[in-house]
Design a protein. Sequence first.
Length: 193
Amino acid sequence: MAAGPFALRLGPRLAAPTVASATRGGGRGSGRPTASRALVSKKPNKDHRLWIRKDSAGSGKKALCLVNTVSKLPNEKEAVYGALDRWTAFESEFPIIAAAKALEMLKKRRKWLQIIQVTKWLMSKGQVLTWTTYDTLLLALSMDGRVDEAESIWNTILETYTRSVPKKLFSRMIQIYNTRHLPDKVLEVIFEF
């Protein structure tokens, strides 16, 4: 081997382990040399991504547009779904972030009917089906006095996600039944938990 700075650092790594170095440490021998190892620096891989990040630029304006559009509509399913379909018609990807922001805006404004309409439309499209969305929908149904619909959606959630329902949704259903003075239903939810 050539004597030089690289030979000293890479020498033990390139050389085959000797019997003496392989069996150091009480004769048990791990099969690996115990000599110091050279530090190898790697270049960071800038193209490595765990997931593709959705673009959130302009999502606040899109959300506000959705809130304003839905607020002006009558309580008819065809009119609401048509307007929401037009809202997404020219998007290359479904505006998930804008829809989630719109639901938060509607929740702050206490527009329960519009939350129900938008959430059911999102569910029909198979979009934004998160625990927060389900929680917001259950709250909106409760505030709008539709306990039967909330119970139907709760049963669907339990059938679909048998083992992964968060405590927050159980708490929401207990709260709904408790405010409606339905102690038997509260006990059912507790036993399902």
